[in-house]
Ligand binder design. Structure first.
Ligand code: ASP
Length: 318
């Protein structure tokens, strides 16, 4: 008998209300989630490494305009893009991250390069862009990441800030992230997360996504998780690590540990939160406490599932 494999992804818990996009736009969003899962599954089903699978899945989501990472990333208060990403290898607990990068097309590739080609865990700012360029990664203009939807979200948030109605802004106006977690045939877990962070964020703001243990964590034999939600609270609660810690030290069952963070620990701060998670037996799990969360998974049965709100779409065999 072969060991199980599995992959689970998210496209952020800041999902728009169903009524705000056309059915064709939702179908395209789901198609991009499916493409991301297939990119990861292609690696896993050939016996490839979970690290390669999560990187491949996140690259597809970074390149899609429907998610807040890469092309389509949030805008800072200065109308620029500063993006964060991290990746973690559950086998070695090696990790790499970049933060506030402006010109790397795919920050997740840069995070991987930090893990494998430097002695650092996190490289920030212009130095991270330069590091990526030195390592042969694609560099683009900052404007490549801009979409009309983000320009409108920034304008609306600035208006709300002036009127003092920021609290009434939807999760979708404010934030989003993408992430992937996977288990490979060798039993190794990996996690990857990439984000544009919050719309209208101040320059230099760093969220949970590039902080290992906050937005991303993987440990063989336990779980791999990638978070989405207001990063400041994920950092303060060491949220991603806390899931693995509950499973390891308190013997909390996998889904209970993830639920505790989403519906108790993080919710108690009044924030939207969600995770893409997978355990050591390949069970995918993607709970959220907001209106919706773009998400999907392929468990060992090979069926590709995607969703943006409560309704689940079974797309058949991957
Ligand atoms: N966690 C991201 C951040 O704080 C935002 C999100 O996931 O929606 O930058």
């Amino acid at each position: 008998m072969t060991n199980p494999i599995g992959i689970c992804i998210h496209g952020g818990c800041g999902t728009l209300d169903k009524s705000l996009l056309s059915e064709a736009e939702w179908a395209e969003t789901r198609a991009h989630l499916a493409d991301s899962l297939r990119a990861g599954w292609r690696v896993l089903s050939k016996g490839g490494a979970s690290l390669d699978a999560v990187e491949a899945a996140v690259v597809v989501l970074e390149d899609s305009p429907h998610f807040n990472a890469g092309h389509g990333a949030a805008l800072t208060a200065d109308s620029t893009h500063e993006r964060d990403a991290s990746i973690m290898d559950g086998a070695t607990r090696g990790a790499g991250a970049v933060s506030t990068v402006k010109r790397i097309r795919n920050p997740i590739k840069a995070a991987r390069a930090v893990m494998e080609k430097s002695d650092c865990v996190l490289i920030a700012g212009d130095a991270a862009d330069a590091f990526a360029a030195r390592n042969g990664l694609e560099i683009v203009e900052n404007s490549y990441f801009t979409t009309q939807r983000r320009i409108e979200a920034l304008a609306s948030l600035k208006k709300r800030a002036a009127k003092g109605t920021l609290k009434a802004a939807s999760e979708a106006e404010r934030h989003g992230t993408v992430g992937a977690v996977a288990l490979d045939r060798a039993g190794h877990l990996a996690a990857a997360t990439s984000t544009g962070g919050f719309n209208n964020k101040p320059l230099g703001r760093v969220g949970d996504t590039p902080i290992v243990g906050a937005g991303t964590y993987a440990r063989d034999g336990v779980c791999a998780v990638s978070g989405t939600g207001q990063g400041e609270f994920f950092i303060r609660n060491a949220a991603a690590y806390d899931i693995a810690a509950r499973m390891t030290y308190a013997r909390t069952p996998f889904k209970d540990a993830v639920d505790t963070l989403v519906f108790d620990v993080l919710k108690s701060h009044g924030i939207g939160a969600g995770f893409a998670a997978i355990d050591a037996s390949g069970t995918p799990y993607a709970p959220y406490n907001t209106l919706g969360m773009a998400r999907g998974w392929i468990a060992d049965d090979g069926r590709l599932i995607v969703a943006t709100h409560a309704e689940i779409h079974d797309m058949g065999k991957a």
